[in-house]
Design a protein around this ligand. Structure first.
Ligand code: FES
Length: 172
C-alpha cells in the first residue's frame, strides 16, 4: 500500500493502484447507488480502512453525492477512515467487562505496544487497539476480540502473551 503526500497543504494522495482496485470492485457490484455499501465493505476488506479520497471517487462513479457517501460511511461504525493494523484488537469496555476489570487489560495492551488513548495503531502497522461498548459475549467477560476471534476471560498477563504470540505469527 502506498500513500504519499502532495505539496499542496500536505493532503494525502493515493497511489493509482487504489483506483484500479476500486474500478474492479465497482464493476463487480455495478455503477448504481445501491452498490455503495458492498463496495465500501470490499474496499475496507482490501485496505483495512476506507480512504476518504477513494470514497469520493466511488461516489462519483455510482452517481451519488460525496456528502451522501460520507454520511453513510460515518453512520456505520465498522467503517474507518484511518489506516488500521494487521491485528485489530477490540477491548470490550461494556458494563459486564468493565466490572470484571477490562481497564487493566487495555492498559496492558497499550503499554506493551507503546499505544495510548490518542495513538491507536503501531508504526509498523501490525496492531490497532480500540475499545468497544459490547462484543455480545458478556458471559465470557472480560472479553477481547482480535480480528474475528473472541478471546474470553482475559487478564493483563494473557494480553501480553497474546501480543507476543501474534508477533511471532506475523509472517504467516
Ligand atoms: S460487555 Fe463486554 S462482551 Fe458485553
Amino acid at each position: 500500500m502506498q500513500v504519499f503526500y502532495n505539496n499542496k497543504g500536505g493532503q494525502k494522495m493515493l497511489d493509482q493502484t487504489f483506483y484500479q482496485k476500486a474500478d474492479e470492485i465497482i464493476a463487480f457490484y455495478g455503477k448504481k447507488p445501491a452498490s455503495l455499501i458492498p463496495i465500501m465493505q470490499d474496499i475496507q476488506g482490501v485496505y483495512r480502512y476506507l480512504p476518504g479520497e477513494l470514497l469520493t471517487y466511488v461516489a462519483g462513479q455510482i452517481g451519488i453525492t460525496e456528502a451522501k457517501a460520507f454520511s453513510v460511511a460515518t453512520f456505520y461504525e465498522n467503517f474507518s477512515f484511518e489506516p488500521k493494523g494487521k491485528y485489530i484488537i477490540k477491548v470490550c469496555d461494556g458494563t459486564a467487562c468493565h466490572v470484571r476489570k477490562s481497564a487493566p487489560i487495555l492498559e496492558a495492551f497499550q503499554k506493551e505496544l507503546g499505544l495510548s488513548a490518542k495513538k491507536h495503531t503501531t508504526d509498523d502497522m501490525l496492531f490497532t487497539v480500540e475499545t468497544v461498548s459490547c462484543l455480545g459475549a458478556c458471559g465470557l467477560a472480560p472479553t477481547v476480540m482480535v480480528n474475528e476471534d473472541v478471546h474470553p476471560k482475559m487478564t493483563p498477563e494473557k494480553a501480553i502473551d497474546l501480543i507476543r504470540e501474534l508477533r511471532g505469527d506475523q509472517h504467516d
